[in-house]
Design a protein around this ligand. Sequence first.
Ligand SMILES: CC(C)(COP(=O)(O)OP(=O)(O)OC[C@H]1O[C@@H](n2cnc3c(N)ncnc32)[C@H](O)[C@@H]1OP(=O)(O)O)[C@@H](O)C(=O)NCCC(=O)NCCS
Length: 167
Amino acid sequence: MAVIIRKWTEEDIPSLVKYANNINVWNNLRNAFPHPYTEEHAQSWIKSALIEEPTINFAIDFDGEAIGGIGLIFNKDVYVLSAEIGYWIAEPFWGKGIATEAIRQMMEYSFYYFDIVRIYAEVFENNKSSMRALEKNGFYLEGVRRKSVFKNEVLMDDYIWVRLRPY
Ligand SMILES: CC(C)(COP(=O)(O)OP(=O)(O)OC[C@H]1O[C@@H](n2cnc3c(N)ncnc32)[C@H](O)[C@@H]1OP(=O)(O)O)[C@@H](O)C(=O)NCCC(=O)NCCS
């Protein structure tokens, strides 16, 4: 299986629109992720990804096609050595181990290039496959923020999964 994380390019716009415009993807993400996901959203995402330096948002490439995204959000102030990881995979490709492999590559990159000591993910309570992909990458469950997420008119818990710098 050829999964790599790589820079976004303008050629990815059609696949980005095709795969990101999916309610089942959006349901597990924050509302900042657009829905419906239009061509304009894809263009503006890729425009900003192209000028990003250093790269913190990657396309997840499966056999030559961008079928998802993975990125970091650096924290500020006293939390400056922490970063949040976020990712999504196109629905037709779920359950093939792709998120697990993309997270593995992203962790290697992140701890190599940045001084951060803590990478964490915030996962909605129903998203067991995301939690499992994190667990397989050495993340542990640090805590649960009860009723912290309000999405689709439903109140949910949020699971905080963490991995600390190993060296
Ligand atoms: C969550 C998501 C990234 C998972 O991607 P994926 O490529 O399907 O994940 P993987 O195949 O690498 O791993 C999934 C693991 O979860 C397991 N799993 C799937 N459904 C499960 C369930 N209901 N309960 C427990 N484990 C489950 C799989 O069996 C697999 O584990 P295994 O290898 O031990 O068998 C993908 O579904 C997605 O993009 N969803 C929408 C956006 C999203 O949720 N992003 C993450 C926000 S935190």
